[in-house]
Ligand binder design. Structure first.
Ligand code: UDP
Length: 319
């Protein structure tokens, strides 16, 4: 009988990490979820022990990672990722992207495991090229409010490439674009959870600037499918994963008002410093190598997300 594969997911109790742990269990992996719960929540994974061999370890990826037994895959997803979170946790963000990535790479090296780095479209900064192909070097302000996240991930990418070259670790760099779905924290300040919550509570939707800046929103199940395919390939990346359908933020707000049936209106608020004007992935590489592309329409994904938030908000504030 062949041994069950075993994966370590850092940041496994976060929004993306928890969906990823769930998928790995469904694929027959044993999963070790490592999280310091700085932005993740144990609630996100409390249902997972029923889904298969699942272990939750409350630990910080920056203070060293030791795992007993075999490890076949290390997926490094630990990091604050919402602008409000990394704004609040700037040093922690730089540490988990640098020291945390070093520790996760050492773990992969020690166990001869495949390593997947969750990097980000933020490495492109406020891009001067749209859509962004992997070959674009980006336009990043390293001393602006987003610099801590952007530079942490850029460093993490460089370190990952160095471990591949110097130590022969089987690495992959993936660049995630905006992703949404159930388990986003209602208070993380990002557009989808903020707008959904505001619409459900009948409050005005806080659209930043004139709302003409764009994002390309990928439903979490599509994203996780792409991550899993990259894990099972031997491609080193960097590879963009995201939805190539670009939406203006004001249109996203209007769509959420429509789908919730809310009487909320849109209110314009100041635009954050260095807020990227456009963001859209060129996914030619993922289409070609992984034969992957998103399949969930924006409305369909929003519909599922709204249903989850309705339940969640009612539980938190039973009024
Ligand atoms: N945004 C907004 N209102 C909010 C939160 C965000 O208009 O309440 C805008 C934000 O300025 C940005 C876009 O929505 O232009 C996406 O922001 P988010 O924080 O979700 O993710 P980002 O792509 O900036 O990391």
């Amino acid at each position: 009988m062949t041994r069950r594969r075993r994966a370590v997911v850092t940041g496994g109790a976060g929004f993306l990490g928890s969906h990823l742990c769930e998928r790995l269990l469904a694929e027959g992996y044993a999963v070790v979820c490592l999280d310091n719960l700085s932005t993740g929540q144990e609630d996100n994974v409390s249902h997972l022990p029923q889904r298969g061999p699942f272990e939750f370890v409350r630990a910080d990826a920056t203070t060293g990672i030791r795992i007993a037994g075999a490890v076949d895959a290390v997926l490094h997803f630990a990091s604050p990722a919402a602008p409000a979170d990394y704004g609040r946790l700037p040093i922690e963000t730089l540490k988990v992207g640098s020291i945390g990535t070093l520790n996760a790479l050492e773990l992969a090296r020690e166990h001869r495991a495949r390593f997947v780095l969750a990097s980000t479209s933020e490495v492109y900064g406020d891009p001067l090229v749209n859509p962004q192909p992997e070959s674009y070097w980006g336009h990043v302000n390293q001393v602006g409010p987003r610099g801590v996240y952007d530079e942490a991930k850029r460093f993490a990418e460089a370190l990952t490439v160095a471990y591949r070259q110097r130590h022969g670790v089987d690495t992959a760099v993936l660049r995630l674009f905006n992703t949404f779905g159930p388990r986003m924290r209602p208070d993380d300040g990002r557009a989808v959870p903020a707008f959904v919550q505001q619409a459900l509570l009948g409050e005005p939707l806080t659209v930043a600037g004139d709302g003409r800046q764009t994002r390309s929103m990928c439903y979490v199940d599509d994203l996780v499918e792409g991550v899993f395919r990259l894990l099972r390939s031997d491609h080193p990346g960097p590879m963009n994963l995201g939805n190539p359908h670009e939406t203006r933020i004001v249109d996203l707000a209007r769509r959420i008002i429509e789908l919730t049936g809310s009487r909320s209106t849109v209110t314009l608020v100041p635009r954050p410093v260095d807020d990227p004007r456009v963001r859209c992935p060129d996914i030619t590489l993922a289409r070609t190598v992984l034969r992957w592309e998103p399949t969930v329409e924006l409305s369909q994904g929003l519909h599922r997300t709204i249903a989850w938030f309705r339940l969640h908000l009612n539980r938190r504030a039973p009024r």
